[in-house]
Design a protein around this ligand. Structure first.
Ligand code: SAH
Length: 269
């Protein structure tokens, strides 16, 4: 799944047109690399990458070193099946315009089949009408309408972030969390039976009145989606509370303040 994600992200080119400040090239490279994008294309930059570029790249030097250099936009877009242009302004001539999450979904969908491009413009003047006309869609980051122009690297960061989030949603998993061995429905039922019995034994709840309490507790534990190990810990706690297990190491170390703060109380709905 993760390999497939990398392959898809590798099909997305980020094209910077006519960049003036060398630092912005580096900052864009960094923005892309943090989100797992690695194809940077430069169209007629007004500056050569320099020490400031590398300083702002802060470890994304490889993207700068491998960046494609092009005389014009047509050459940077060669082979792309979908082109989306990032625009700081909503243009007078209406062009199909997407919000960043939708832009990300479309880029990813098409990147499964072939190359796609996201084009960002010049710091001062953005993209020309002719360049915009080469785009299938525009994407606009809905910023403060009275001050809607982001720094080009900041715009790249927002759009790259959305691409990564869309990819993670589509992969149906959180890429940073290892898959969890969740407790099954039967194991959860076993736990709820155990919990109800324990609460009665502890005189915490009256079985006649505890229906709402049971539902609230179910809602709480279902929300937590415990894994098997966590559920075993909870059941161990219940067993200990029932007096079946009283490990000496815990009874001896019991904290007086903790006991004082939580006096046993009968529960009623
Ligand atoms: N003064 C220019 C702004 C250029 S900002 C103008 O009005 O067009 C440089 C580039 O960053 C833009 O060409 C665009 O690609 C991107 N960008 C900046 N703010 C953006 C926004 N709110 N939405 C989408 N892209 C944006």
């Amino acid at each position: 799944m993760i390999d497939q994600l990398h392959q898809t992200l590798a099909k997305i080119r980020i094209v910077l047109v006519g960049t003036t400040h060398p630092g912005n090239i580096g900052a864009t490279a960094r923005a892309l690399k943090t989100m797992g994008l690695n194809r940077l294309e430069l169209v007629a930059p007004r500056c050569a990458p320099d020490a400031e570029t590398m300083a702002r790249a802060a470890g994304a030097d490889d993207l700068v070193e491998h960046a494609g250099m092009h005389q014009d936009l047509v050459s940077a877009l060669a082979g792309c099946r979908l082109v989306i242009g990032a625009s700081a302004r909503l243009r007078s001539l209406e062009w199909p315009t997407l919000e960043p999450p939708e832009c990300a979904v479309r880029l990813l969908a098409e990147a499964r089949v072939g190359d796609v491009a996201l084009v960002l413009g010049r710091e001062r003047s953005g993209l020309t009408n002719e360049e915009l006309a080469r785009c299938h869609y525009l994407v606009h980051i809905p910023a403060n309408p009275a001050f809607s122009s982001l720094n080009v690297a900041a715009a790249a960061q927002v759009l790259a972030y959305e691409i990564r989030q869309a990819a993670r949603r589509q992969a149906g998993e959180c890429l940073t969390d290892p898959p969890r061995d969740l407790a099954t429905a039967e194991e959860m039922e076993g736990f709820y039976v155990h919990l109800a019995a324990t609460l009665i034994e502890l005189d915490f709840s009256d079985p006649e009145q505890s229906r709402t309490l049971n539902r609230r507790l179910r809602r709480l534990f279902n929300r937590a989606r415990p894994d098997r190990v966590e559920l075993n810990i909870l059941r161990g706690i219940l067993s200990a509370a029932q007096g079946r297990k009283r490990p000496d190491r815990f009874t001896r170390r019991q904290s007086p303040t903790l006991v004082e703060q939580t006096p046993p109380q009968a529960y009623s709905d």
